[in-house]
Ligand binder design. Sequence first.
Ligand code: UFG
Length: 343
Amino acid sequence: MPTHRSSLITQNSCARRVLVTGGAGYIGSHVVLALGEAGYQVLTYDNLSTGNRDAVLHGELVVGDLADKPLLAQTIADFQPDAVMHFAASIEVGESVNKPLKYYRNNSVHALNLLEAVREAGVNRLIFSSTAAVYGNPLELPVTEDTLLAPINPYGASKMMSERFLADLAQADEAFEYVALRYFNVAGADPQSRLGQDYANPTHLITRALKTALGIFPKLQVFGTDYPTADGTCIRDYIHISDLAQAHLDALTYLLNDGTSQIFNCGYGHGFSVREVVSMARQVSGIDFIVEETDRREGDPAELIAANAQIRRELGWQPQHDDLEFILRTAWDWELKLSKGRN
Ligand code: UFG
């Protein structure tokens, strides 16, 4: 049963309302908290397939699936959001190669369901979680927003398709405006350890490394040491979750002030190799965990680094945590908290 209570709407009737799909997930939950702290009314819509009820620290939660169009429509009609933020998605590059249809359904078809519901309800502002995976193996680095989209895995392709839905809709429908944020490698946790990444089977490098340090995994595998990079391992642009959350708030302010549709990269503009991240994980945890170098993981581009001039210029985004050690330290504090039980 939905847990949404209409009393919420009258609680602070002046505040702008934001519906957040996937608000119980890693990125969504940090943004929900940031929205709450900034005075927005928030309603999370999440099927809890990978998210956690406990991670929704502000506003109400409707437990619902984007496949459930009647519930989605009813939720939007009841809440009357000024804007929607769409995070709910499947997010693992490796899994997408083996289960492509899951990605096209969860990421593309469900985005379509949401867009239909949003437009039927007359909501005309949307912020979309896109990804650097839409670029594939980019021909130039850093990657600008104009770089050719050429995804090399179904995850990137499924997100590229949703971006296309948005672009075509905005073209056809004068009232509708969106911002698509192309995330590079989001990592770290809330600096106060209220939230962090909490998946049953985490696959992301930093989380795997720190859980290995804690003994939850016996060893960390490094996928590929023969890439055309300085140390042979993949390079990624790791961005702290709080800076990414701020990018969403900046995008929301922009759209609510009549900004027009735009696409922005979210990254710091420089990267670290897998080996550099592993070394920082050992330093921050103080634990010399076991690392095994293995074959490449399918679907991984060698290097992804964001050009971020556009988001700085257009949204005034100013990152505060461009520091790999800080990213690892906040993630480590969160892992320590999780290992002791959340409280
Ligand atoms: N890696 C390992 N061992 C692991 C996990 C990861 O060596 O146990 C390597 C990967 O092969 C890759 C790098 O660490 O080279 C980063 O991998 P992640 O799984 O942490 O992240 P991805 O780069 O695959 O993907 C992430 C997001 C995507 C986004 C992409 C953009 O999950 O949504 O960053 O850069 F598109």
